[in-house]
Design a protein around this ligand. Structure first.
Ligand code: XMP
Length: 507
C-alpha cells in the first residue's frame, strides 16, 4: 500500500530531523532528502506535501543551496526560515541581510485571524540573519514580529506557506498545532502512518525478504535491536538466532539482565559471546576516542568471526539501525562529529544480507512499535546505551579496573535516581570517569585520585538535550555515597551542559 509521503528538503538546518518527526507525530510518513537529491526524489515519488528546512547559509550568497519550485507545482509546500527566504527570492520577492540576527523567543506582534499563522498562540522561536523584504506575487502577509515584518506568508491558491519562525521547535508554543493544521487541513493528508500499520506491513516485508532463509539478530540489549529482533521473530518465528556480544564494557549486572530479558521475553534462542578479554586487549594503551571506537568496531567483527560456526546457516543479518543513524551517516551537509560504530559496512567473510527493519523509524516510534509487539516497559523504556559501552564514558585508557570503578559509581547513581523517583523524567543518566587527578583527604590521609562526573539529561530524541534539574540533596547524597563506597574516587561533579554544544556522551 502506498502511504502518504511528506518530503522534507534538507538545507543543512539544525532542526531538519525534528520537522520529519513532527510530521510523523501528525500521523504523516516523512522522509528527509538532502537538497541536492531533492529534484530526482520529488520528480519520482511525487510527495503529498513538501517542507523546505532552515539552513546555515544565506540565499544571497553565491552558490547558496537552491530549489526548483516548478517541481512543487500542485503540491502543498511549507518553507521554514531559509526555506521561506528561498521561496521569496526564487518566486519574485526580495530578501535582505538583517542588521542584527534575530535569535530566541519572540512574540508575534500581529497575525491574521483565520490564517495558518493564526494558530500560533504564545511565543515563537526565531533564529535567522536574513529576512524577507517584499513578498512574491500571490502571497499575503499573515504574521509579523517587532523586528520582522514578514514572519509568515501564504499563497492560499497554491497552498504554499512560508514562516520565518521555527514551528518544529518545542519553544514555539503553538508549533504542533500549526504543523498539524498544515499537514491535515492545508495539505489535506489523512495521516495514515501508525505503529500498528507499520507492524503489519513490516512483518509482511520481513517475511518476504527472508523467505525460508535463517536470520541472525545482533542484539545489544537496547531498545532498537530488541524491537528489531521481536519484529523478525514475529515474522519468521522458527528461523531466528540472536547473538549478544559481551564486550566487558557493560553496566553493572547488565549481562545477566539482558540474558534474562531476552530469553524470557524477546526470543529464547540467544547466544552470548564472552569477549571481554579480547576487547580489553584491543583497547590497551588507547586513549583517543575515535581510535577506541574503531578498535571496538573491529573487535565486534572479530568476535562474530570466531563464533561464525554457531550461526553458519544464517544468511540474513538483522540490525536495529534507526532513521537518525541513517540520516546522520548519509547526509552530505552534516559535519561528522563521531563515528557511530553500528553504521558501516560488513567484512567480506560475513557476506550476509543486511536487514534493517527499523531504518525508517525515530526512537519514539521504535518504542511504540515495541509496545505494539507486546514488549513490556522493561524492554521498550530502556535508556539508550552507546554501542561502544562504557569505553566512551571512561576518559583515557580503558582497563578492567577503571571499568569496575565506573560501574560501581554508575550503579549507585542509578539506584538513587530510581529510589528517589527522579529517574522517571530522565532520558539518560550515567557516571563517567575522568583521567585527571585531584587532591583530597580521607580520614587523616591525603588522597590523589580521579573524579566521577554524573550526567543526567532530559531529551526528546537525543538530538538536543538539557541537564536534568535533579535536586541538590539527591546529588549530594549520591556524591557522598560514591566517594565513600567506590575506591579510587575522591570527587564527584554534575555536568550541567546542554546539547548542543556538549553531546550526551563524553567521547
Ligand atoms: P551523543 O553523545 O552524540 O549521543 O549526544 C546521542 C545518543 O546516541 C548514543 N550514542 C551512541 N549509540 N553507538 C550507539 O549505538 C555510538 O557510538 C554512540 N555514541 C553515542 C548516546 O548514548 C545518546 O543516546
Amino acid at each position: 500500500m502506498r502511504h502518504e509521503v511528506v518530503t522534507v528538503v534538507d538545507f543543512g538546518g539544525q532542526y531538519t530531523q525534528l520537522i520529519a518527526r513532527r510530521a510523523r507525530e501528525c500521523g504523516c510518513y516523512s522522509e528527509v532528502v538532502p537538497w541536492q537529491q531533492a529534484p530526482a526524489k520529488i520528480a519520482s515519488a511525487r510527495p503529498d506535501a513538501i517542507v523546505l528546512s532552515g539552513g546555515p547559509r544565506s540565499t544571497l550568497e553565491p552558490g547558496a543551496p537552491e530549489f526548483d519550485f516548478t517541481l512543487a507545482d500542485g503540491i502543498p509546500l511549507l518553507g521554514i526560515c531559509y526555506g521561506m527566504q528561498l521561496m521569496s527570492r526564487s518566486l519574485g520577492g526580495e530578501v535582505e541581510p538583517a542588521k542584527d540576527r534575530e535569535y530566541g523567543r519572540q512574540s508575534l506582534s500581529w497575525k491574521e485571524p483565520g490564517s495558518l499563522a493564526g494558530t500560533l498562540e504564545g511565543e515563537v522561536w526565531m533564529s535567522h540573519g536574513d529576512r524577507v523584504l517584499s513578498l512574491p506575487p500571490g502571497f499575503v502577509k499573515t504574521a509579523s514580529t517587532q523586528s520582522c515584518e514578514y514572519a509568515a506568508m501564504e499563497d492560499r491558491d497554491r497552498r504554499w506557506v512560508g514562516v520565518q519562525l521555527h514551528p518544529e521547535v518545542s519553544h514555539t508554543e503553538g508549533g504542533k498545532a500549526f504543523l498539524e493544521r498544515f499537514f491535515r487541513e492545508v495539505a489535506g493528508l489523512r495521516g495514515d502512518w501508525s505503529a500498528r500499520a507499520f507492524v503489519e506491513e513490516a512483518t509482511e516485508e520481513v517475511r518476504a525478504r527472508i523467505g525460508s532463509r535463517k536470520a541472525l539478530c545482533a542484539v545489544s540489549g537496547g531498545v532498537d535491536s530488541s524491537v528489531a529482533a521481536a519484529l523478525v521473530t514475529r515474522a519468521v518465528p522458527g528461523q531466528v538466532t540472536c547473538v549478544f556480544v559481551d564486550h566487558g564494557l557493560l553496566r553493572k549486572g547488565e549481562r545477566e539482565q539482558v540474558r534474562r530479558m531476552f530469553t524470557e521475553i524477546v526470543h529464547p534462542n540467544l547466544i552470548v559471546i564472552d569477549a571481554a578479554r579480547q576487547f580489553f586487549g584491543a583497547l590497551a594503551g588507547v586513549t583517543d576516542p575515535e581510535e577506541k571506537r574503531k578498535r571496538i568496531g573491529a573487535e565486534f567483527v572479530r568476535a562474530f568471526e570466531e563464533h561464525k560456526a554457531e550461526f553458519a546457516e544464517c544468511e540474513v543479518l538483522v540490525q536495529g539501525t534507526l532513521y537518525p543513524d541513517v540520516v546522520e551517516s548519509g547526509s552530505p551537509t552534516a559535519a561528522k562529529i563521531k563515528t557511530h560504530h553500528n553504521v558501516g559496512g560488513l567484512p567480506e567473510w560475513m557476506r550476509m544480507e543486511v536487514l534493517e527493519p527499523l531504518r525508517w523509524l525515530f526512537k519514539d516510534e521504535a518504542r511504540a512499535v515495541g509496545r505494539e509487539l507486546g514488549l513490556p516497559a522493561e524492554v521498550v523504556e530502556r535508556e539508550p546505551f552507546p554501542g561502544p559501552g562504557l569505553a566512551v564514558r571512561i576518559l583515557g585508557e580503558v582497563t578492567p579496573e577503571r571499568v569496575k570503578t565506573v560501574q560501581e559509581a554508575d550503579a549507585i547513581f542509578r539506584e538513587e535516581l530510581k529510589s528517589s523517583g527522579a529517574s522517571a523524567g530522565v532520558w539518560q543518566s550515567y557516571a563517567a570517569l575522568l583521567d585527571v587527578r585531584s587532591v583530597g583527604v580521607m580520614g587523616d590521609n591525603r588522597t590523589y585520585e580521579h573524579p566521577i562526573v554524573l550526567r543526567a539529561v532530559d531529551s526528546e530524541d537525543a538530538m538536543t538535550a538539557r541537564a536534568a534539574p535533579l535536586g541538590f540533596g539527591l546529588l549530594e547524597h549520591v556524591a557522598t555515597r560514591i566517594v565513600n563506597e567506590v575506591p579510587g574516587v575522591n570527587r564527584v561533579l554534575y555536568d550541567l551542559t546542554s546539547k548542543p554544544p556538549a553531546p550526551i556522551e563524553w567521547e
